[in-house]
Design a protein around this ligand. Structure first.
Ligand code: ADP
Length: 224
């Protein structure tokens, strides 16, 4: 079964008398270990799609199933649990907390979900080693390069062992070399840890790391 599956999803925004149909009959399934890219111009519906896939926003119609759970059928409280435990977000900027060292940027995710135990610390170290930050665990964000900050954010996204990784233009603020580093690391971790991953990007150079590429245009998603 797919880790995430959207079937005939429509999203209509209503503002007074104006309606905007941001997604039209969108269907997409992503399996464990698959890394999918979505490209498309500004205003085509990519952010709306990510918000719905990340259980931040409900679809107007259609079905969204995240790790076996139909998210239309659950309460707000259960929905936030799904977000916390099933989904790892990687955003354009790393959004690190300035007063915490790298290792604690990961552990703070665990703190939000409960208590930090030794196994969590070990897992955070394993992730940071994997991502090439084994020697930077005690550094603060201002002591890191942009690429290193974004790599910390990648490790953080994996910290709760989510089933799904959603990346929103993760290379927007990086030079070419660092962009390749970051996306290749996402791809490597997605494969190694059997996650279903979706990346929205403007950056066509990053598509070679992905298994499938979709284009969004006026709310319609089609495979390239
Ligand atoms: P993208 O991420 O590709 O730039 P969006 O998903 O942000 O596209 O937007 C898709 C369409 O939906 C656009 O026409 C946008 O103006 C509209 N839209 C997005 N968010 C809202 C909102 N909260 N209320 C009304 N319209 C919105």
């Amino acid at each position: 079964m797919a880790e995430i599956s959207l079937q005939n999803v429509n999203k209509v925004y209503q503002e007074g008398e104006f309606t905007t149909t941001a997604l039209k009959e969108l269907s997409l399934s992503v399996e464990k270990g698959e890394f999918i890219a979505i490209i498309g111009p500004s205003g085509s519906g990519k952010s709306t799609f990510l918000s719905i896939a990340g259980a931040l926003l409900k679809a107007t119609s259609g079905q969204v199933i995240i790790d076996g759970v139909d998210i239309a059928s659950i309460s707000e409280k259960e929905l936030s649990k799904v977000r916390l435990s099933k989904i790892g977000f990687i955003l354009q900027t790393s959004n690190l907390l300035p007063y915490l060292p790298v290792i604690d940027q990961l552990l703070v995710v665990k703190k939000m979900a409960g208590k930090v135990v030794t196994a969590d610390r070990d897992f955070a170290q394993e992730l940071l080693n994997d991502i090439g930050l084994g020697n930077k665990m005690k550094k603060y964000p201002h002591q890191l390069s942009g690429g290193e900050r974004q790599r910390t954010a990648i490790a953080r996204a994996f910290m709760n062992n989510p089933s799904i990784i959603l990346a929103d233009e993760p290379t927007a603020n990086l030079d070419t070399k660092r962009a390749h580093e970051v996306v290749s690391l996402i791809a490597k971790e997605v494969k190694a840890r059997h996650k279903a991953a979706i990346m929205v990007t403007h950056d066509e150079r990053m598509l070679s790391y992905c298994d499938r590429v979709y284009r969004m245009e006026d709310g319609i998603l089609t495979e390239e």
